[in-house]
Design a protein. Structure first.
Length: 327
């Protein structure tokens, strides 16, 4: 009799644990490309916050910055019947059909770096995209003494937020720095180190008077900085843009990268999970509320966009602090 009672108790406990595990929210976050320092830091943030929130969350990093690879990753998450999908899109338009399939399957969708993303429940931005572009142009112009030719790199010509940053930067340049001019069109290379190095070498050969590079994309400033350093042009060509502090620290010290601004990718990973937690609990996201890691946010319910205002300067003085944080 005792054995039967004990067996029943163990069975009940097991079923309770299994039910609890089954109730756990499951979330997969698909980033632009796997294995680079920026998204490695984001993965740390996702895991840390998932442990706090009690959410089963993980990151999926495609082998290349290819929208088709992101589509496949999202299709796999739909097949796994996850509760929430997070995405940092390479091409907002290409992802629309697969995100619609996710929504039709009852899966919530959260995007990052993709304002106005169709079929997203929410998109979150760590900083106002237009102001971010303007801030980089102001810094680049100061370094270039407001005169001369410059080039613009983006992670991809189809990344919405990169387009917004670049558009705002160029518009501000034309309005405030008439003696500066952009060479060529923008180059969609800044998520690839090799492509950025190759493009920078080509531009330095084609335009001997090149004085600046605004590189929007995690590998853009690194690749441009390395090419500039190898050509002995450190200090002659100003390189600005967002990059992982640990990866770019030595290039800043050498003068091959002049600086830039970033938000903390680790915090962005945390916020993916934090917003997932809010959605799963049915919490309302409203304009002016404070979201940890974003501060007081602007919320546009029409476009389902949440905008914060948290950036760090990538200058010689601030970099050691960021590197110490593991970024």
């Amino acid at each position: 009799m005792k054995k039967t009672v004990l067996a029943c108790l163990f069975a009940a406990a097991f079923l309770s644990i299994s039910a609890h595990a089954a109730d756990k929210i499951r979330m997969g976050v698909v980033v632009k490309v796997g294995g680079n320092p920026w998204f490695n830091a984001m993965e740390v943030g996702i895991k840390q916050e998932a442990a706090k929130e009690g959410i089963d969350a993980w990151q999926v990093g495609p082998t290349g910055a290819d929208p088709a690879l992101q589509v496949r990753a999202i299709e796999d998450l739909i097949a796994q019947k996850v509760d929430i999908i997070g995405v940092v899109p390479n091409d907002a338009k290409v992802l629309e059909p697969v995100l619609k399939r996710a929504r039709d399957a009852g899966i919530k969708v959260i995007t990052h770096e993709s304002p106005d993303q169709k079929y997203a429940n929410w998109d979150f931005e760590m900083v106002d995209a237009q102001q971010h572009g303007i801030n980089h142009m102001i810094a680049l112009a100061k370094c270039m003494k407001e005169t001369g030719s410059y080039a613009i790199y983006v992670g991809s010509l189809t990344v919405p937020v990169h387009k917004t940053w670049a558009d705002a930067a160029v518009k501000y340049q034309k309005e405030h720095y008439p003696n500066m001019h952009q060479v060529g069109d923008r180059f969609g290379v800044a998520e690839s180190l090799d492509d950025t190095i190759r493009t920078t070498n080509d531009l330095m050969s084609k335009y001997p008077d090149l004085k600046g590079i605004l590189a929007i994309g995690s590998q853009g400033p690194i690749g441009a900085g390395r090419a500039v350093l190898n050509r002995g042009k450190a200090g002659d060509i100003c390189v600005f843009g967002p990059f992982s502090p640990g990866q770019g620290s030595s290039l800043v010290k050498s003068g091959a990268i002049t600086g830039g601004y970033i938000w903390n990718p680790m915090v962005a990973g945390e916020i993916f999970v934090r917003i997932a937690g809010m959605i799963s609990k049915g919490e309302k996201i409203t304009d002016g509320m404070d979201i940890e890691g974003m501060g007081k946010v602007k919320v546009d319910e029409t476009t389902h966009t949440i905008v914060g205002n948290r950036t760090e300067s990538l200058d010689k003085e601030n970099l050691p602090k960021l590197v110490k944080m593991g970024l």
